[in-house]
Write a protein of this length. Sequence first.
Lengths: 319, 434
Amino acid sequence: MEDKKLIISSAPHIVAAKDTTSMMQTTIVALMPSLLWAIYILGFRALIQTVICVFFCIAFEWVTRRILKRKQTVQDMSAVVTGIMLSFVLPVNLPIWMTIIGCFIAIVIVKQLFGGLGCNFANPTAVAGIVLLISFPKEMTTWVITDKMCPAVLATAATGGSTPIDLFTNASNIPTNLQMFFGFVSGPAGELSAFMILIGAFILIIKKVIDPVAPICFIGSVIIISVIAGYDPFFQVCAGGVLLGSVFMASDPVTTPTTYLGKAIFGLGCGVLTMFMRRFATYPDSMLFAILFMNILTPQINVLTRSKVYTGNKTGGKE
Amino acid sequence: MALFNHLKNVNILQNKRTAGMTIIPIIIPNRVYIPLTQGKCDTAHPLVKPGDVVRVGQLIADSDTPMGCPIHSSVSGTVSGIVNLMSSSGKNDIHIVIDTDKQQLPTDIHLPQITNRDDFIAATRASGIIGMGGHAGMPLYRKFSFEPGTVKTLIVNGTESESFSTCDHMTMMSYPKEIISCIRLIMDALELNECFIAIEDNKDDAIGLFNKTILENGISNIKVEVLPSVYPQSEDNSLIFSCTGKRMGKDETPADIGVVVINVMAVLKLQQYITMGMPLVSRAITIDGDAIAKPQNVEVPIGMLASDIIESCGGYAKPVKKIIFGGPINGIALPTPEVPTTKTVSTILCFSKEAADMNEETACIRCGRCVNACPMNLMPYELADAYDADDFEFVANHHADMCIECNACSYICPARRQLSFRIKRAKEEVINGR
């Protein structure tokens, strides 16, 4: 009888409970506080933007894998995470056709054409955000201003809206630290409220989905460089994409180093690059560029930080 | 010393449902099949033939090669055949089949006379004891046959870090005095200076009991070393490092770094041989798993079929889909229940379909959990990828042969990749020089 046959497989015969899909699900839950705040501050359009991104990311993944005749992987929910992350770095009023191009770049080009989950060479959100920024600079820097925001930001309504980091670069009035922390400002949906991102970080760390090493090194290096340069470290951390980038992009397992030392180097590099570009480069919000740059260095960082195997004092045999 | 020095490890579900269940003797079956190749020992030659009447403890097979170890009958009865049977290693090995008379009549007892180190090692050999904690099964007398003076530390392994296993724990709870007296004997005979009894911190009662016994007897050179309940704490590398801070290099054995490691049940069996003259004929095993009706710890005669053991223990609670000799992380899945137990089998697990179903492999997400799990500091995902890509150079240069086959990497992988399986194959290729 077929049913009476015993299963013979190699050890181990039990595995740890956490699998890839549950990690993605926890990440989606961790992103929700930021989404809710964005809906409150920016309006219903934030929800529509996210839904559009998620829908097109899933659709592109499904269609691409169908065309390439590979097994469907939409059920691991990584496309959903990419969709939400993409909507978190784009302006809420971005024309929908540009958003769809962003989804295409993130899912089809960066992810699926390189082999799917685990094979992308860089963070899909970072690459898509950068391509859109360079291609459509005006639309990508036009921000919605609502009356829920703080006075410093409301004052920029006439000139197409400014994020806190824009205000800082232009040496205009910047929001107070309290307004920054809770997020009464404008900007991409994921870069508004430090408080909501931190709730998400808490969820991810408690559930052991991410290693806090890279985020802590990223934020830590931003703080240290701010203090050295004479800026307000609290503002520098809350402004721009530092928190979003450190908690959700610098912790992305696929595109960051695998060893603890490697992750620390990654976080440090991101912090240094972000602050350097803030001071000297054209685009005020430089987190995406920093992440992309460090993603490209990740394979080399992995080689350099490879753990040492103890093989003994005598070098008998291969060494 | 042991507080901060630990090799990398993983936290596993303990599942110690049978903790607290004292070891009970099992009902002797109608027939036993005693394997002649057990553990790392050379295959023994039978010294009996079909029709011979044998008694419990009678020598029935031996080999005069360097890794040979005597095998004794675990039952009294008549030898009914010498057959080839599939053993737990998957190979067809020779087994001596004995029809039992259910009376367990013992053979004539000769207590060993031990006056010096050589006598002691000869007595250890005559007891037939081999490693009882894992699958390796190195003969105990070989572990003791180091150059005099090169080894000064004894580690008695009571950690038992595999899931479900509690037989070592219950052995410690039932025989603390016997174990400690045998430890002193071993230390005297082999001129060892210190002994660590390694116990994991989930066995508070055993730790307390052993500390009390040591204190009562005023012994100063035996210490209980409490280790964290992680996996693979009971494996030699992790155990020695946690207790002494020393590491074994490539191709080194514990004796090369001045340590000898013995499982706590092997110590007990040696004590029973030296004081009562009965060689190794039975051992305690834990029988558990969600498909077993009554999980428990039983003392079984060597060579009893797994199917007979399961039946004597109350049979199945659910249809069984996987039977494992050993723990769930490092055990061997059996093709049928009719496989005989050996001196090294410490646990029998029966899993139903729900527990036995394993997920399919998905893509590696480079999370690095496997790197943080490997006690030998390997990079499992890199070795597995290199093996898949047939990159023999990479695999050899990155020390795949240092893998201890603990399976911690596969256990922790969220993508359910069979990392340790690939690394084991890569290791074989490196060792055999491809």
